[in-house]
Write a protein that binds this ligand. Sequence first.
Ligand SMILES: [Fe+2]
Length: 344
Amino acid sequence: MADDPKNPLNRRQFLQRTFAFSAASMLAGCGSGINYATQGKVDAVTGGTLHFIALGDYGQDGTPTQQTQVAFAMAAYVKKWNLSPSALLMLGDSFYGSLPGGAGSTRWQTQFEAMYPDDTFNCPALAIPGNHDYEVLPVSKYEAEQQYAAETQGTRWTMPAQSYRVSFPDVNPIVTFLCLDSNMPNEPAQPLPTGHFYTMDDASRLAQIQWLENELAQGTTAPFTIVLGHHPLFSNGEHGDNQTLIRDWGPLFQQYKVPLYLAGHDHDMQHLEISGYYTSFAMSGGGGQFLYPLPGKRHGGYSQETYGFTHLQITTEHIIVRHIDPNGKLLHKFTKLLDGTVQM
Ligand SMILES: [Fe+2]
């Protein structure tokens, strides 16, 4: 059935589960210029269909009522369809408010490890920084997130560097994720100045463009390369378009025919097709923090002020993107084919 996320054949192929990632670190705090690769045992398959669950803007400050609601919905959805996600795609703003103790904060247990339990999500959680992760409250939350990934035994939290690549599965991958830091210097969309918000510096911005271009030019044997970043290039939401990302990344997406860019930041769910772009733009910012009103549909497409998460179902032929609400209801779906065609 075309709209059935369950793939029974896939279940029999979950025999060997490995993935590989490589990363280029550009943060002084985690070893400037270091390139490294590592491998680990995770949920991925050697063929067939892969499933990923994406969410953004989840790290609610105070009592995480809505974050918990979305997390429950994710777990119920995965169980209902008997999915075994290959990864959680954590699209940033992982902790609003203060993170006392940094990597030792109790919020790690309540708002990550227990919130998205490993008996349901037995897979790596690929994390990228949002603007709230750049806050220093009272320590740098971004540095704490990288430290937690590096030093916490057995955690699924994965944040090896400012920019990193992960492919699934390790052998004959069908999808490569390029995980980026979208916190651009001097971008007006940033809520500056508050005394708490920071961004990367311009040298890091330029280095990351070079890294992205190298990765895209080098290519991968995977039929699909998906880029992840917290900030959208284009958005119907309150924050609007990000001119720095449009200028820096847009031409690369177009040149190398990136099929999908997945972001959050605006607290809603969106899917935009932008004239002149090969790339489909999907936003999943309904992970838990309070919603933003949608001022209008400047780009057309789909946008909805709602909590939710996103299910990616990927084969060698297509990427199916489904936005799901906290009741497990399908909000919006589209399919990106290998030739770039979008089917609604
Ligand atoms: Fe954000």
